[in-house]
Design a binder for this molecule. Sequence first.
Ligand SMILES: [Mg+2]
Length: 286
Amino acid sequence: MLKLCAVLVYPANFVKVIADFDATLTRYRVNGLRGRQTSHGLLQQGDAYYDAKRQALYDHYHPLEISPVIPIDEKTKLMEEWWGKTHELLIEGGLTYDAIKKSVANSSIAFREGVSELFEFLEKKEIPVLIFSAGLADVIEEVLRQNLDRTFKNVKIVSNRMVFNDDGQLVSFKGKLIHVLNKNEHALDMAAPLHDRLGVDIGEEDEENVNMKERRNVLLMGDHLGDLRMSDGLDYETRISIGFLNDNIEKSLESYRESFDLVYLNDAPMWGALELVSRLFSTEAS
Ligand SMILES: [Mg+2]
């Protein structure tokens, strides 16, 4: 593969990984079931009224999200509306950090096999992993905390970040809304400062963002064709993309094969991605 050769020209410090979260790093099905194991879906506010209201928004807007006939600018407005209303309900309903912890503990969300090993290899090579998500950064971090056996200093979340008051109640969101249609490299500037895994602001985020932008070889991982747009606005030299096709395989396989460089089916583990990066960077000193 020509692309692989092109990446080999560059050392690991010119590379970054951009990964979608839901159904890419996490499994699409757990025990054969597709449940509500996304960062939004698993969240229970501890108040049935607000949970039902968020569900009603989902029922209304999700069909619009996946509609093939709504023009993109119109759809963008609808998505902003949906995310805005959802965030308002979370605030109005007095979501607490405690409820996030409990929701994650009670959920069936699980990582694909090999995610931890992949993160570990990339950490050794000092290759950053940016998790781009239109979900909720605080929930994603809690999922990482509860489901991986250790923390990784190279893993950063670019997503909607909550602000809690001293009583642990959600009062606002930081930065601009990140929804499904603007989840790309611009999100790095829009999002609240990157946090380390303990939810602490990284002091020199500007420097960090610049360093991130200078890494012009990208390994992108996603489970939707739209995830390929995560590298929009990114001045990349080479992009290797891995697609995880979890559903409608017969219908979608051809378009996934045309769009992604590598395609894995049905909650395949991360061993393929790990083998790829191991081959690319095995000769370098760690
Ligand atoms: Mg996804």
